[in-house]
Write a protein that binds this ligand. Structure first.
Ligand code: SAM
Length: 301
């Protein structure tokens, strides 16, 4: 297996160019690994991994296995969400000694719903260079193939596990026009979709991007109203890793909301939430209940 990396410069002429580029010492390289398909790693990432003095990783067994697939064996340092601060000190000492260190997570891009940000913060604060080696990330893969036409997206990541906190987060997202991006695990997918169906309009488009780049990859798009039924129709659909995309509020609706907020703000200065909602409903033609909820939120803020 070790031949893979060492033979790359001759097998792939571009690899020669990649290996001639500058990879400064005393630097931390934040390196993206595949989200499923072993082939989804960049040439630069492979080269840096072959050069690195050590690899800081979430799970040493996973990373040892991944590196072995590329014919590499490296000094591994466990860097997970419970020890990021302490491990940062160790990494800084090694950077001071002139090492090149790669930082990886179990899959995809470190610091994206994964450990890494605290280490990067500490290493930068200590005055060392931090260089990204970009590559796979499930959110971007889902957005690129999901087909929701929108220039903007909002990465919400994992929703809170507790229903009340989750519903509060969803309430805060209801008026966003950007495509909403969620990560979800299989054991919570049904509950999350039910919560989305309660919080958002049934006509919004939802995209399930499941097991991206893997054998059972599936990308399914439907109105939110039909999402729970689609999931329930086949047990396999609740398996694996998910990115969920949810269509944002259409821009015209956002303009209506801005106007409703303006009117509510004036009315709330003079009347109760109930009266303000009733009057705003007469002025704007919007539903009283929805305006009541908005007014309540404004009052709380
Ligand atoms: N750092 C990773 C990234 O850049 O995407 C995310 C890590 S986070 C701990 C794991 C979550 O990412 C999964 O629960 C799932 O929501 C999403 N994910 C990761 N790989 C995926 C895949 N192949 N297909 C769909 N979703 C995936």
């Amino acid at each position: 297996m070790t031949q893979l990396i060492s033979s790359l410069p001759t097998v792939l002429p571009i690899m020669h160019d990649v290996s001639q580029q500058t990879y400064p010492a005393s630097a931390l390289y934040v390196l993206a690994t595949p989200i499923g398909n072993i082939g989804d790693i960049t040439l630069r990432a492979l080269h840096l991994l072959s050069l690195a003095d050590a690899v800081a990783c979430e799970d040493t067994r996973n990373t040892a296995h991944l590196l072995a697939r590329y014919g590499l064996s490296k000094n591994l340092i466990a860097a997970h969400q419970h020890n990021e601060r302490e491990v940062a000190d160790k990494l800084i000492a090694r950077l001071q000694a002139g090492e090149r260190i790669a930082l990886v997570s179990d899959a995809g891009t470190p610091a994206i719903s994964d450990p890494g940000a605290r280490i990067v913060d500490a290493v930068r604060a200590a005055g060392f260079r931090v260089l990204p080696l970009p590559g796979a990330s499930a959110a971007v893969a889902a957005l690129s193939a999901g087909g929701l036409v929108n220039d903007r997206f909002y990465f919400a990541g994992f929703l809170p596990a507790k229903a009340k906190q989750r519903d509060t987060v969803l309430l805060g997202l209801r008026t966003m026009t950007a495509t909403l991006v969620f990560y979800e695990a299989p054991h919570r997918i049904t509950e999350t979709v039910e919560a989305l169906a309660r919080a958002f309009e049934p006509a919004r488009q939802i995209v399930f991007a499941r097991e991206l780049t893997k054998l059972f990859e599936e990308i399914h798009r439907c109105p939110l109203a039909g999402a729970a039924a689609w999931l329930a129709a086949d047990g396999n659909r609740q398996r694996g890793e998910f990115v969920i995309l949810l269509e944002g509020v259409p821009a015209a609706a956002e303009a209506d909301d801005v106007e409703a907020d303006r009117i509510l703000a004036i009315l709330l200065a003079e009347c109760s939430v109930r009266q303000a909602a009733a009057l705003a409903a007469q002025i704007t033609g919007q539903k009283k209940n929805a305006l009541y909820e908005r007014a309540l939120r404004m009052k709380e803020q």
